[in-house]
Design a binder for this molecule. Structure first.
Ligand code: MRU
Length: 343
């Protein structure tokens, strides 16, 4: 198996006519790179979580739009922009919660529309360059989040995280994992705990793989064991990622995050959200207005099991995200600093 940490989560394939990703649905068993260039396949890759995690989806969408811009075929600028907007809207409809998706697509559209040239091939080249910039900026942001967050991890700490807000959800350091990677690089001794993250097991399949692969002392626990870990004093700090942060800092992240925050408050454990500023959606006042994705019942009843583990026809509740009230959050760590809340 090729070491996955030497592979970019999202990249342009040779010739820049396809986006190359690690197919995350196959991890941890198989590290398979796939090149995607067709619009339906680009959409499907986001929808089916072949690429996932808010920042990675944003970078992927920017690259996908760059790839699609090459096959629009319109030579007239206005007609080209109209077609490009249709492709952006199509990609944007693949998943509703992570705001990085619409953020990256609207950044790309702004660049295309602001181009002073009427030469469509020059705009296409500019779109490619801008997608690369979004990618490169993301890497710098992750490191800054990591440096800020690492200052909070002390020798002997137990650090809990939920879902995968690691390099597979981002580019290099991740967001919630960035403090752990940097603290580890700085020689701090700590223990990482990963919630397995039902129903799609991003914690078990991805975070446990990433952190243990990096040489960090990593323990996997089922989601319903986190409170017991907290009670036994094994957890000193919690870092999670975010898919969309409202203007009042209510935070949508993987389903189960809010339960962790409630337990953390009970046990007096600091709870930090780590995210790039592109995840903050100032247009949304509170978490009540964040759109929450509902996914297939089969993810709960069948997926990962040899045979179905629930009665036929049972009603299933399967939201992919929940909203953690800002009052439960100690601080939000972005590339600009740690914003402390009352939580
Ligand atoms: O459904 P997923 O796997 O895309 O959900 C991912 C998460 O909830 C992450 O915690 C979030 O996107 C932050 S990634 C840095």
């Amino acid at each position: 198996m090729k070491a996955f940490d030497s592979i970019d989560t999202v990249a342009f394939a040779e010739g820049n006519t396809a986006v190359r990703i690690i197919d995350q649905t196959l991890l941890p068993g198989e590290v398979k790179l796939i090149d995607i260039s067709k619009r339906e396949e680009l959409y499907e890759a986001i929808k089916k979580l072949r690429v996932r995690g808010a920042p990675a989806i944003g970078v992927f969408a920017a690259m996908a739009l760059s790839v699609l811009s090459r096959s629009i075929g319109e030579k007239d600028k206005d007609a080209f922009l109209l077609e490009l907007q249709k492709e952006a809207d199509y990609l944007n409809s693949s998943r509703p919660t992570a705001v990085n998706l619409s953020w990256a697509l609207s950044e790309m559209m702004k660049e295309a529309k602001a181009s002073e040239t009427d030469d469509v091939s020059a705009i296409i080249e500019h779109l490619y360059e801008h997608a690369v910039k979004i990618r490169d900026d993301e890497e710098v942001i992750e490191k800054k989040i990591g440096e800020l967050g690492a200052s909070l991890i002390k020798d002997g700490y137990g650090v809990l995280t939920h879902c995968n807000a690691g390099r597979l959800a981002c580019l290099k350091y991740g967001t919630a994992t960035a403090p752990m990677y940097i603290a580890h690089e700085n020689g701090v001794n700590f223990r990482a705990y990963c919630d397995e993250t039902r129903p799609l097991l991003q914690g078990a399949r991805l975070t446990a793989l990433e952190l243990s692969d990096a040489g960090i002392d990593t323990t996997l626990n089922c989601d319903n064991m986190s409170s017991s870990l907290m009670k036994s004093g094994k957890i000193d700090i919690i870092f999670v990622g975010a898919d969309r942060i409202a203007a009042n800092y209510d935070t949508a992240n993987k389903i189960g995050t809010s339960l962790l925050a409630i337990a953390a408050k009970h046990y007096g454990i600091p709870f930090y959200v780590c995210a790039p500023t592109s995840t903050i959606d100032e247009s949304i006042k509170t978490g009540a207005d964040i759109p929450i994705e509902e996914r297939e019942p089969s993810e709960v009843t069948e997926m990962w099991y040899e045979k179905r583990m629930a009665p036929e026809n049972i009603k299933v509740y399967n939201p992919a995200f929940d909203v953690t009230d800002h009052s439960l959050i100690t601080g939000v760590i972005t590339e600009n600093g740690i914003h402390y809340l009352k939580g």
